[in-house]
Structure formats: structure tokens, C-alpha cells
Design a binder for this molecule. Structure first.
Ligand code: DGJ
Length: 387
């Protein structure tokens, strides 16, 4: 075919695909969410970035069947102007070939990617939870990749155990020494929980660095960025300051909710206060979300109630938090993004996006079958949503 004819045919095929995908005008939580090709979004454990008038969604590309929760492809990226309609931007970070020896080789576990833009370097920085191939969830690392464009391709930089050789803020002198018999304490007993709250795992992992599983990244108003992760065998969350280039750790870190057994952290800031939504730790099965508030990212954090109310609130509407997305141009408008996991066929996992409301300090989530960004224009975005 002549080049011009070929271009015409491609353009026609493209517009036919677009025509087959009706434009969406609302969020429909839990329903299939087709991209511009009519294919259900493949961006699980996602985070989002707003950059030059477009939103970019980054998530785990899952495949069908039993291998689908390990990384077979990489991180999938989509872009959108309105948050309802998403254009496929392809694989932003690709896994390395199996057998290459790369830390991100095909078959590793690569979860919850989050991308932020670094003004100082002009780079897009992607962080994600990394488990090394063949080691289950034992490695508990966090990893970073960079790109000069939001859609990538991202170049893998390295992985970390954060906090190596550094005690958290306010860690008592007497907590720095192991206590006799502490390693033999029976898990889940009150004495063991108390020991965890008093630094049992922090001490154990002081030299190699702290475990890092479910994570998110938060950039504050002053440009400082923070890594928040499920650490200490998922018993305690850690918040750690990133370096100026967002590619490493300064060494300043603290614990959040010691021995509280939280994962799936998602964070936002409103009226100078930090709000954190998490889940409990029940694998792929949903559980009741938790919420916290603090006046400083370093704490103290005060635990609030389950933000979800109404039917299925005790399972967070059968989902697990992944990100709190600030809506551009709308003050105090955040979308709660969560996953409805389908571990036997991971590619089919659903997305629960709901408007995050506030009742005083209490973040609020109410179910809506269908809602629009207009929900944020109402005086109580939290208690009612529009069509
Ligand atoms: C729950 C986590 O939130 C997910 O990201 C994933 O790590 C699963 N656990 C694995 O069981």
C-alpha cells in the first residue's frame, strides 16, 4: 500500500475505534471502564498525575489467569482531559526480559506505581513496590524509575530498603537495644504487639533498611516529597522524606500508627491538614478502610473512623484504596481511587472511584452508581452526588 493510503487507512481504523467507544460523561464505579479502544482499563493499584492540562493514570498491567498478579508486562499509562475518557498511552515502564537478572525482570511483583514530576530536574519520577522474582513478598523493596515525558518510557534506576542505619524521629534511646527474648515472642499476642509498637522490627531491620510494601508518594505544597509505605511486616506504616530529585531518601523518617496493621496508604492535604486512608491487611480480600488526620506529615496521627458509610462500608464497597486524586482547578476536591481485586483473573479487576467528602475532620465515602465532577460543586460533596 502507498504511504498516503496506509496513513488514511490507519486514521480511519483509529476513528472507527473511537466511534465504537461512546464518550463517557460520568464515573460508574465497579462497571467495566473502556479506554479509547474499547478495552477495559488495565491500570490496577493506580496513581495519577496532572501535568500540562492532562491527567495521566499509571497502574499495574495485569494479565488473565494465575500468573496475572506477577509483572508480565509492566506499568500501563493512560491519559485524559476529563477523567472520564482515557486514551491508551501504552506501557510506560516495561519489565526486563526473563532471565536478564534485572531486579524488574518479567515475573517479579511490581505494584502500586505512583508518578510525580520533579521541577528541579524536569524528570517524571515513578515509584513502585517491588518484590524480587521467586521470593514471594519477602524482599519488601521500593523502587524508582525516571522519564523525561509523563508517558515514558521510564528507565529503571534502583530499588531501596528505606531508612537503613537511621532511627525514626522520636525513637527512644531505650528502644534502640534489643530486649531479651523479643525475637521469640509469639506473633499476634498482646506482648508481641506491644514489642512491635516499641520498635521490635525497626531494630531488626535497622542495618539492612526497613521493609517497604504497599506505598504511595505525596508531594507537599513546598515541593518536598514523601514516600509512605507499609513496613515492619505490614504492622506499621512509615513516612520517609525523599531527596530533592525525588529519587532517593534523605534519611528522615517516622512511623505512623505503630502496630496498627495498615496497608494501601493514600494521602491528601486539605486546609493544612494531612488525611490518610488505609486498609487492613487481608491479602486480596477487601476489608473496612481506616482514616487518620495529622497537622504535620511527621505526626502525631490521630485515627478516625472507617470513612465509608452505608451498605458494604465494612468492605469499602468491596475495594481497597490506592490513591487520593486532587481534581485540578477545584479546591478540596479529591477522588478516592480503589481497586476491586479479582485475584483469580487479575485483568478483570474493577475500579471504584468515589468523591471524597469531609464531615469536619472525618473523610467520608458514600456509594454512588453514577456520579460526575459536579458532585464537588454541591455544598456537601460528601453527602450527595449528582448525575
Ligand atoms: C494487598 C495489597 O494491598 C496489594 O497491593 C497486594 O500486595 C496484595 N495484598 C497481595 O496479597
Amino acid at each position: 500500500m502507498k504511504p498516503l493510503l496506509l496513513l488514511g487507512a490507519l486514521a480511519l481504523a483509529g476513528s472507527l475505534a473511537q466511534a465504537q467507544t461512546p464518550r463517557r460523561t460520568a464515573f460508574e464505579p465497579g462497571q467495566p471502564w473502556p479506554d479509547n479502544h474499547g478495552v477495559h482499563l488495565n491500570a490496577h493499584g493506580a496513581g495519577a498525575l496532572y501535568d500540562h492540562g492532562r491527567y495521566y493514570l499509571f497502574g499495574e498491567h495485569k494479565i488473565a489467569g494465575p500468573k496475572g498478579n506477577s509483572a508480565q508486562v509492566g506499568v500501563h499509562c493512560y491519559s485524559s482531559k476529563d477523567l472520564y475518557n482515557w486514551q491508551d498511552e501504552g506501557i510506560a515502564l516495561a519489565v526486563a526480559p526473563a532471565g536478564s537478572g534485572s531486579e524488574i525482570e518479567k515475573g517479579c511483583v511490581l505494584e502500586r506505581p505512583k508518578v510525580v514530576y520533579n521541577k528541579k530536574t524536569g524528570q517524571y519520577v515513578m515509584w513502585f513496590h517491588l518484590e524480587l522474582k521467586g521470593q514471594g513478598y519477602a524482599a519488601a523493596r521500593t523502587a524508582v524509575a525516571v522519564a523525561s515525558r509523563p508517558t515514558g518510557p521510564y528507565r529503571y534506576v534502583r530499588s531501596y530498603r528505606p531508612g537503613a542505619g537511621q532511627w525514626p524521629l522520636g525513637f527512644w534511646e531505650e528502644w534502640k537495644q534489643p530486649r531479651p527474648g523479643e525475637a521469640d515472642l509469639k506473633w499476634w499476642t498482646p506482648a508481641w504487639r506491644q514489642a512491635v509498637a516499641e520498635g521490635l522490627f525497626v531494630r531488626r531491620d535497622f542495618t539492612p533498611g526497613q521493609m517497604a510494601r504497599d506505598m504511595t508518594i505525596f508531594v507537599d505544597d513546598d515541593g518536598r516529597a514523601y514516600h509512605i509505605s507499609a513496613s515492619e511486616e505490614n504492622l506499621t506504616l512509615h513516612v520517609a522524606e525523599l531527596t530533592d530529585d525525588y529519587q532517593g531518601f534523605t534519611g528522615k523518617w517516622n512511623t505512623i500508627a505503630p502496630a496498627g496493621h495498615n496497608e494501601a496508604p493514600a494521602l491528601c492535604k486539605k486546609d493544612g491538614k494531612y488525611y490518610l486512608i488505609t486498609s487492613g491487611c487481608t491479602g486480596w480480600a477487601p476489608n473496612a478502610a481506616r482514616s487518620f488526620v495529622a497537622s504535620s506529615i511527621w505526626g502525631p496521627w490521630r485515627q478516625l473512623a472507617n470513612p465509608a458509610v452505608g451498605p458494604e462500608a465494612d468492605s469499602t464497597f468491596r475495594s481497597q484504596s490506592t490513591y487520593l486524586l486532587p481534581v485540578a482547578g477545584r479546591k478540596d476536591a479529591f477522588i478516592f481511587m480503589a481497586d476491586r481485586w479479582t485475584p483469580k483473573n487479575p485483568i478483570a479487576g474493577g475500579y471504584i472511584w468515589l468523591p471524597l467528602g469531609f464531615e469536619g475532620d472525618q473523610p467520608r465515602l458514600r456509594w454512588a452508581d453514577r456520579w460526575t465532577l459536579g458532585a464537588f460543586d454541591q455544598p456537601k460533596a460528601n453527602s450527595s452526588v449528582s448525575q
